[in-house]
Design a protein around this ligand. Structure first.
Ligand code: GLU
Length: 477
């Protein structure tokens, strides 16, 4: 059975690239009726952030990727948090010490720095000659040590990657990496092998940064007599031709995009296509469609550039098809943030905005019109706004029609004949419809851009406010 895993380090943040790695592992598992496992790689305790595991679990949940085994839900291969598996790694490290595939190293930080300064590009196997007895005596005396992998000094190693093909690395380019650190914790280089094997991972899907160190992991599989998993390394997501998307630039977090008002599935859909394609140019795809079409052959060997404009477009498609109630619920935090406590019908505002926003935070600009009219000023807004070349209209049109506008609003607001009666004013005064509608809407809002025309604005603000505003304009004309 296919078993894949997502193995994030708990940094308190889920990078969009990490989410995509998780997604491909999820899609591949689901496509093959397999299992998708979440494993927390928290052996670097200096990087540990409180609550970070929750961030990951919540993100996967929002993204619609339900894991079959992992923290909280458990499973037959737990624990799924590496810091809880310390003894397991130590036991396997002992096996490697016994077989000569690993050795104790007592080199001080100073010696390693000296070595580095002298131009060495890797550890020089200085402690390899120390006998097991001597090493154990030094450990018993309380000396600090690490356990290193013993890598052959010559020869080369080849393995097959499903995306990159055959990858060959010279052993002389590989360092005797630390497997167990001085605090007794394993490094990634060790733990990933032990866990992938013990958790029955069949396909190892991860970032390309591990492509060249995989031969080292293979040596460990071989030393322990284990079968290697299938490897699938993924190219990073780039901000532009030369820079990766990075946390530092604030343009890479799943949560950051949610906060901007991207819908979780729109993000998932977009990143699925960054590095993989379904070969039939489809762009808008549900999770089930992604699962059904996913294949390793569709993975790209080249890196892809993140295009926020494209993701906005895809998001807008999902926004448009939401049921109004759901859209309105999703908008509430954005109303609270950008336009709280306005005297308008928010539900109706949602109806007006839904076809007009691409991401939910667009409300920041789209609802700016709510603040343009000032009842307390001598003039509620700049009357220059009445002048409009396209509609060939100006403040004179307003002067000519304001009494009729007030009358029609008073009598017909909210009724079916409203728009007909408004048009009739234009006709009676020898004006074009557009000339009147422009000034009418401006008089109600003081804004050049609004989601909808006069009729919608009366409905949004209510008849009382509409009349108060028209009368205010009249008195200031
Ligand atoms: N903890 C590793 C990382 O966050 C996981 C790499 C892997 O998937 O093997 O990069």
């Amino acid at each position: 059975m296919v078993r894949t895993r997502f193995a994030p380090s708990p940094t308190g943040y889920l990078h969009i690239g990490g989410l995509r790695t998780a997604l491909y592992a999820y899609l591949f598992a689901k496509k093959n009726n397999g299992k998708f496992i979440l494993r927390i790689e928290d052996t670097d305790q200096t990087r540990e952030v409180k609550g970070a595991v929750d961030v990951i679990i919540t993100a996967l949940d929002k993204a619609g990727m339900k894991y079959d085994e992992g923290p909280i839900v458990g499973g037959d291969y737990g624990p799924y948090v590496q810091s809880e598996r310390k003894q397991i790694y130590l036991d396997y490290a002992q096996k490697l010490l016994d077989s000569g595939d690993a050795y104790y190293c007592f080199c001080s930080k100073e010696r390693l720095e000296e070595l580095h300064k002298s131009g060495a590009t890797k550890y020089d196997k200085h402690c390899l000659h120390i006998s097991r007895e001597e090493a154990e005596a030094r450990i018993a005396r309380g000396e600090s040590y690490v356990i290193r992998q013993n890598i052959p000094e010559s020869g080369s190693m080849t393995y097959h990657d499903e995306v990159f093909g055959d990858v060959t690395v010279d052993c002389k380019d590989l360092e005797d990496n630390i497997l167990i650190k001085s605090d007794g914790m394993p490094t990634y280089n060790f733990a990933n092998v032990i866990d992938d094997h013990l958790m029955g991972i069949t396909h190892c899907i991860r970032g390309v940064e591990y492509l060249m160190s995989t031969p080292k992991y293979n040596l460990l599989y071989d030393a322990l007599g284990w079968e290697r998993p299938v490897y699938i390394h993924l190219q990073p997501i780039m901000r532009d031709a030369t820079h990766k998307l990075s946390k530092r630039d604030g343009d890479a977090g799943f949560e950051d995009f949610l906060a901007k008002g991207f819908l979780p599935h729109a993000i998932v859909n977009y990143i699925a296509l960054l590095g993989w394609n379904p070969k039939d140019n489809r762009e808008k795809m549900s999770m089930q469609e992604l699962i059904d079409s996913f294949s390793i052959e569709g993975l790209q060997k080249s890196s892809s550039i993140f295009d926020e404009t494209k993701m906005r477009w895809l998001n807008s498609l999902y926004v448009k098809e939401m049921p109004l109630d759901e859209f309105h619920e999703a908008m509430k935090p954005f109303y609270d943030k950008y336009c709280p406590n306005k005297k308008v019908d928010y539900k109706y505002l949602s109806e007006l905005l839904q076809p007009r926003v691409e991401v939910l935070s667009d409300v920041k600009d789209k609802a700016a019109f709510l603040d343009m009219f000032d009842m307390n000023a001598d003039k509620p807004f700049d009357f220059e706004l009445f002048n409009n070349k396209k509609w060939k209209t100006d403040v004179e049109t307003m002067k000519l029609t304001i009494d009729d506008c007030i009358h029609v609003t008073e009598k017909y607001a909210g009724k079916e004949e409203f728009s007909e009666k408004l048009n009739a004013i234009a006709e009676a005064k020898g004006l074009k419809k557009g000339q009147l509608l422009w000034v009418y809407r401006i008089a109600l809002t003081g804004a050049a851009a609004t989601p909808g025309g006069g009729e919608e604005m009366v409905k949004l603000f209510g008849k009382g406010t509409a009349l108060a505003r028209l009368n205010k304009v009249k008195s200031a004309l």
